[in-house]
Design a protein around this ligand. Structure first.
Ligand SMILES: [Zn+2]
Length: 275
């Protein structure tokens, strides 16, 4: 599942490729991808001749600004955006939507699992509508500090890792980065929200920013050398410090990294360094 840094990488890559171009034709091959109350015919018709003015991101939502409307794309499990030349031959099997652009390239949404979504909303309304309205601030926002997280989370008796995954509180932290953030902050995922003080929440805020920024920077460099037009999926080799490192020595103390299940999610941590 692409996480926030991967989605940011997708957005940066798409920006370079398609901003300023016009959509000449839109073709929806999987109608259920559209979650807004509009028919496929109307959707395709309405998109015609709209210019992609900019592409932004809120949490893991990719937002195409098209004049007075926005198209909001969420990749969910396996969604990917590809740009093809019109003469490229490609397998349409998992392509759910094709946008023919004014430079004659095809911008295609591919999704083997078909969990991805499109919302189509007014540019003046979308911030106040779901899915965007219910999303919490992301850790890259400097408003997210120890006191902010404490006020938001310290009443909860849920595990801190589970709380960090709740996108309505803080957005953009997925399973992998939650493990990495808690390792960096030296905080056990088994703490409850109400076990932590402001100083500990400050460590979480600082580690969240540090790790998400680093991952975005790495994603940016990796994807540029990785034929972005043939795979804007944002997957990049990440130097994970704890996630996936079961039984391997902790980078800080050498003790074996432990893997447990926490509310059904694979969770990696070091018992010695994280308390
Ligand atoms: Zn350790």
């Amino acid at each position: 599942m692409p996480e926030l840094p991967e989605v940011e990488t997708v957005v940066r890559t798409l920006r370079k490729k398609v901003v300023g171009l016009k959509i000449i034709e839109a073709q929806i091959l999987y109608p259920k991808i559209i979650k807004s109350d509009i028919s496929v015919d109307d959707f395709e018709e309405d998109l015609k001749n709209r210019t992609i003015e900019k592409i932004s991101r809120i949490a893991k939502h990719i937002i195409f600004h098209l004049g007075d409307v926005v198209l909001i794309s969420h990749l969910r499990m396996e969604g990917k955006w590809f740009i093809y030349d019109k003469n490229d031959s490609f397998d349409k099997k998992h392509i759910l939507a094709i946008f023919k652009l004014s430079n004659e390239k095809l911008m295609c949404y591919q999704d083997t699992r078909k969990f991805g979504t499109f919302h189509y909303q007014g540019v003046n309304e979308y911030l106040n509508l779901n899915p965007i309205a219910k999303i919490g601030l992301e850790p890259l926002d400097m408003a997210v500090q120890g006191k902010y997280l404490y006020d938001l989370m310290a009443k909860s008796s849920k595990y801190i890792k589970t709380i960090l995954l709740d996108q309505t509180l803080i957005s953009g932290i997925g399973n992998i980065y939650a493990d990495e953030i808690l390792f960096d902050a030296s905080i056990s995922p088994l703490n409850k929200g109400n076990d932590l003080n402001v100083e500990m929440y400050q460590r979480i805020a600082d580690s969240s920013r540090k790790i998400l920024k680093k991952s975005i920077d790495m994603g940016g460099t990796t994807i540029d050398s990785y034929q972005p037009e043939q795979g804007i999926d944002g997957k990049f080799q990440n130097e994970l410090k704890v996630h996936t490192r079961k039984n391997e020595p902790c980078y800080k103390c050498g003790q074996k990294v432990i893997k447990i299940k926490l509310n059904g999610r694979g969770t990696y941590y070091c018992e010695k360094c994280q308390s």
